[in-house]
Design a protein around this ligand. Structure first.
Ligand code: PA5
Length: 486
C-alpha cells in the first residue's frame, strides 16, 4: 500500500491516546442538582458492572460481532489493500453509494483524515482519487455527480448490508447504465464496480455473482452503524491512502480500556453511566456532539446516527414501554458558538454537551500583525495563530457552559490520525452498547426505520402482499384537512 500522500495525516506520536475529562458532568463542578453526584455514580456501579459483563459475555456473537472487527483476519485486510491499490492506479474518482451506516462511517473517516477540500487539490498533492460519498437520492445530487466524473475512470463501491435498500439499489441501476454507455458495450465496465454486502443474504450478493463484480463481505452480526471497521469503511479508507492497520490498532487499544471492570478506568462505561444518570435523573435528553475541528464535523454525524438509531427505542427487551433515547445533536466549534451556544447556556436544562478538543492540527495559521494605528481589539490578534484562537474559544465555551450550570465533558484528541480516529469510533460504539444494557433495550435493531421502508414501497405500489396490506393501513388514516394547507 502507498504511504499516506500527505504525511501530516500521521499521528504526532503513533502511540498517542485520546483522553476524557468528565469533570464538568459532576455536581461539584457544575452546581448541586445540576450534575451527577459522587453518591449517585457510586450507586450505579453494580448496574454498570452488570452492563459490562453482559457486553463482554456476548462479544463476538449475535449483534456484537462488531466487537471483533479490530482483530479481523489478515487475509481480509490484504484483499482490501489489493483492491485499493488497483483502484488508486486506475481511477481518478471513487464514489461510494450507500446510506445510513453504509455511508456515514466511511465519509466521517475520510473527512477526518484528509485535508479539507481534498477533492480540489491537484492529483499529485492528493495522491489518490477524488472521493465522493453519495448517501442520498436527491435527483439534483446524482445529476451533478454525473457531470463532474468520468464513469470510465471511476470506481463505484455499492454498499448495502441488506442488499436490497431502495436508495442504494436505485443508485446502482443508474450507475450500471452510465457505465455501460461509457464503455460502449465492452464488458470491462464491470471492473469499475465493487460491491460490499452480506455473504448470503439479500439480492446484491446474487447480482454480484451474476455480473462477476469484485465483492467484499459485511460480516454477519455487524449492523450498519457498527460496520465502519469492516470492509464497509476499510475499503474507502484504504483507497484514500489511510493506514487501515492504524485505524484497527486504535480500536483494539480502546477495546482493552473498555474491558476494565473499574468504572473509573473504563471510559466508555463511565460515559454510558453518566449519560444514563443525566437522562434518567436530570432530564438531560439532548446529547450535543461539538467537535472543535472541521475534520470531525462528519464524525458528529456518524455519532448522531449511532446514538439515535441504537438507543431510540419504544420498548425494553422484555416488551415494556420505555420510549428511551437521548436526541443527539451535531454542532461545530467554533461556528456554532454563533448559532447554538446561546441556547446551550440559557435555554432549558435538557442537554449534555460533548466537546472534542484537538491538541495538534495539521497546519498552523499565523495571523499577521495589523498595520500601525489599527484599533487594539483587532491589533491584539496579530502574531497569534488560529490554533491558539480556536483553543481559546473552546475554553471560552467550556467556561460559559460551566458558569451557566450546563453539563459538559471534553474528549481530548492529541492529533486527528488513523490511530486516534480508531479509538474514537470504538469508544462511542462501546459506550452505545453499554448504554443499551443500562436501558435494557435492544440497541441493534431499528424497527422505526423498517416501518418507513414498508410505507415507501407501499406508496410506490410494490405488488407484494405485505405492501398491499400497508397501503390499506395507510389509506385508513383520517383524511388530510385542506383547511390546514395554506
Ligand atoms: O445502521 C443501520 O443498520 C442502518 O442505518 C443501515 O445501515 C441503513 O438502513 C442501510 O442499510 P443497508 O446497509 O442494508 O442498505
Amino acid at each position: 500500500m502507498d504511504v499516506i500522500a500527505n504525511d501530516l495525516r500521521a499521528c504526532v506520536e503513533p502511540t498517542e491516546s485520546i483522553r476524557f475529562d468528565f469533570n464538568n458532568m459532576l455536581d461539584k463542578r457544575v452546581g448541586y442538582g445540576r450534575g451527577v453526584s459522587a453518591e449517585v455514580l457510586e450507586a450505579l456501579r453494580g448496574k454498570a458492572a452488570e452492563a459490562l459483563s453482559a457486553v463482554q459475555a456476548a462479544r463476538g456473537t449475535g449483534w456484537l460481532e462488531w466487537t471483533e472487527l479490530p482483530y479481523q483476519d489478515e487475509s481480509i485486510l490484504s484483499d482490501i489493500k489489493d483492491a485499493a491499490r488497483d483502484i488508486r492506479e486506475r481511477c481518478d474518482a471513487f464514489v461510494l453509494l450507500g446510506i445510513g451506516g453504509s455511508a456515514l462511517g466511511p465519509a466521517c473517516v475520510h473527512e477526518a483524515l484528509h485535508p479539507p477540500r481534498a477533492n480540489e487539490l491537484p492529483a499529485e498533492k492528493r495522491g489518490g482519487p477524488r472521493m465522493y460519498f453519495e448517501d442520498n437520492i436527491d435527483p439534483e445530487r446524482m445529476a451533478s455527480l454525473l457531470e463532474i466524473i468520468d464513469p470510465a475512470k471511476t470506481c463505484f463501491n455499492i454498499i448495502t448490508k441488506s442488499g436490497a435498500t431502495a436508495e442504494t439499489m436505485s443508485q446502482y441501476l443508474i450507475i450500471r447504465d452510465a457505465l455501460q454507455r461509457a464503455f460502449d458495450g465492452s464488458p470491462d465496465w464491470r471492473r469499475n464496480i465493487v460491491v460490499t454486502t452480506s455473504a448470503n443474504r439479500g439480492l446484491l450478493v446474487e447480482i454480484a455473482r451474476l455480473e462477476g463484480f469484485r465483492s467484499f463481505v459485511v460480516p454477519e452480526g455487524v449492523g450498519g452503524r457498527f460496520s465502519e471497521l469492516s470492509p464497509v469503511g476499510l475499503l474507502a479508507a484504504a483507497v484514500g491512502g489511510v493506514d487501515i492497520c492504524q485505524l484497527l490498532k486504535g480500536a483494539a487499544v480502546m477495546d482493552e480500556l473498555c474491558k476494565q471492570t473499574d468504572i473509573m478506568k473504563n471510559p466508555a462505561l463511565l460515559e454510558a453511566a453518566l449519560q444514563f444518570i443525566a437522562s434518567r435523573d436530570l432530564g438531560r435528553n439532548i446529547n450535543v456532539m461539538m467537535p472543535y475541528a472541521d475534520g470531525l464535523r462528519l464524525f458528529a454525524d456518524w455519532f448522531c446516527q449511532l446514538w439515535a438509531e441504537s438507543l431510540g427505542k419504544s420498548v425494553t427487551r422484555s416488551g415494556a414501554e420505555i420510549y428511551a433515547g437521548q436526541t443527539p445533536v451535531k454542532a461545530l466549534g467554533v461556528t456554532d458558538q454563533h448559532s447554538q451556544l446561546q441556547l446551550y447556556t440559557e435555554g432549558p436544562f435538557d442537554k449534555v454537551i460533548t466537546i472534542i478538543k484537538v491538541e495538534s492540527f495539521r497546519n498552523e495559521t499565523i495571523i499577521p500583525h495589523a498595520p500601525e494605528g489599527y484599533p487594539a481589539d483587532i491589533a491584539f490578534l496579530g502574531g497569534i495563530t488560529h490554533n491558539k484562537l480556536i483553543e481559546a474559544e473552546r475554553q471560552g465555551t467550556e467556561y460559559a457552559l460551566l458558569k451557566a450550570g450546563r453539563m459538559n465533558k471534553t474528549i481530548i484528541v492529541p492529533s486527528v490520525c488513523a490511530y486516534t480516529v480508531g479509538q474514537l469510533l470504538f469508544f462511542f460504539e462501546m459506550a452505545t452498547a453499554f448504554m443499551g444494557e443500562l436501558l435494557n433495550i435492544d440497541a441493534f435493531n431499528q424497527p422505526g426505520v423498517e416501518e418507513s421502508k414498508l410505507a415507501t414501497f407501499a406508496t410506490l405500489n410494490h405488488p407484494a402482499a405485505k405492501y398491499e396490506a400497508k397501503r390499506r393501513e395507510m389509506a385508513a388514516l383520517p383524511e388530510r384537512d385542506q383547511a390546514y394547507i395554506l
